[in-house]
Design a binder for this molecule. Structure first.
Ligand code: KG4
Ligand code: ZN
Length: 352
């Protein structure tokens, strides 16, 4: 079954063609980062308008790259949420209009399920069950995954998401949005041990996270250093970046170790934008090595938002017979454990 996948939940337009027999055929990604850079974050209305401009030409582009035509598409998957409502509506409208015109099924996909399943696009995909650490700009969650749609939430952030914390720390250090990769690059020059940051909520049992205290700690450290130095030296900024990154990575690693011990799983999947972080991958691999466990993640371009993950997740559900009704589904907030299992009727978990 040939599926067109469409991702427009935030500031990336992603389109992909996935074939349930032959795998990923083509994908295209356009990032709006430069457009939003002047504003220090994503401007929702600008995001929607740019998705309108880019989406249809990109659909034609992936079809051309794969040597297919619109008439070859057998199903369409689009991100139905969570995300920015205007941006979601662009993807939903295009998907439903195309689906109606072509007479093929259309399905709204959960963005975080897309992230979660992105490592399935790699050469050695993880088998079920596994523990997944979902770390994006809006979510930090530990989930036990027994199959597609069989998700048990083990823990999540009670305040900021890990990616959001990276973005805020970046701002404090004078770095542009999105901050995660920039903080990571600056941390490369950092001196280990100059600053010691807390590892929030690791001294008590449980699998929840909290990153807002770390944000305050970073701000206080920046202010104290400014008092001493005036304008911060590049070395001090790098040292703070490293201390911050190490604290987030350690905290995530400790909770992942706990989740593996608690569930008895020996497979750990990391997904979402922050899973592109090299220090996080190395730390989790080291921990997993000591526990005879394996770590799985997607290639960097499929860690952040992309169309391939939506095409893949949608393909699994469309192939199982799930599909939208006639209405476009766009859900800004949508808990992932409300999703139906793959063999349940679609209506059981979805706001339609
Ligand atoms: O999954 P994603 O592309 O979008 C959401 O669904 O939110 O994640 C974006 C987040 C941003 O907060 C960004 O700063 C963070 O992922 N990020 C990183 C890295 N690459 C992206 N954080 C740390 N290290 C990275 N290399
Ligand atoms: Zn995302």
């Amino acid at each position: 079954m040939l599926i067109l996948g469409i991702e427009t939940s935030c500031d990336e337009t992603g389109v992909a063609l996935y074939d349930t027999e032959h795998g990923l055929l083509a994908h295209a990604l356009f990032s709006q980062i430069d457009m939003h850079a002047d504003y220090g974050g994503v401007v929702p209305e600008l995001a929607s308008r740019d998705h309108v401009r880019k989406l249809l030409p990109m659909c034609d582009q992936v079809l051309e790259r794969a040597g297919r035509t619109r008439g070859d598409i057998e199903g369409i998957a689009y991100t139905a949420g969570p995300g920015l409502i205007g941006a979601l509506m662009v993807g939903g409208s295009v998907a439903h209009a195309l689906g109606f015109a072509l007479g093929i099924p259309v399905l709204g996909v959960h963005h975080m399920e897309g992230h979660l399943l992105a490592p399935m696009l790699e050469e050695n995909p993880p088998a079920f069950p596994f523990v997944a650490l979902l770390v994006s700009g809006g979510h930090t969650q530990l989930v036990r995954v027994d199959g597609i749609g069989a998700y048990e939430m083990l823990g999540e952030s009670v305040d900021d998401a890990a990616g959001e914390a990276f973005d805020k720390a970046a701002k404090m250090l004078g770095l542009d949005y999105p901050g995660g990769p920039r903080v990571a690059a600056l941390a490369e020059q950092g001196t280990p041990g100059r600053y010691k940051f807390p590892r929030p909520m690791t001294d008590r049992p449980g699998l929840d996270f909290s990153f807002s205290g770390l944000k305050t700690f970073t701000l206080n450290t920046v202010h104290a250093a400014q008092k001493e130095e005036g304008t911060l030296s590049d070395q001090t900024r790098a040292d703070i970046a490293l201390a911050f990154e190490s604290a987030v990575v350690d905290t995530l690693m400790i909770k992942c170790r706990r989740a593996l011990e608690q569930t008895g799983c020996d497979r750990l999947v990391i997904a979402g934008g922050v899973s592109a972080n090299r220090r996080l991958r190395a730390s989790l691999e080291k921990m997993a090595g000591k526990h005879d466990a394996h770590v799985f993640y997607a290639r960097p371009e499929f860690c952040t938002d992309n169309g391939a993950m939506i095409a893949y997740a949608g393909a699994q559900r469309l192939a199982a017979g799930q599909r939208d009704g006639e209405r476009i589904v766009a859900v800004p907030r949508w808990p992932m454990n409300a999703l139906p299992a793959i063999d349940e009727p679609r209506s059981s978990g979805l706001v339609d």
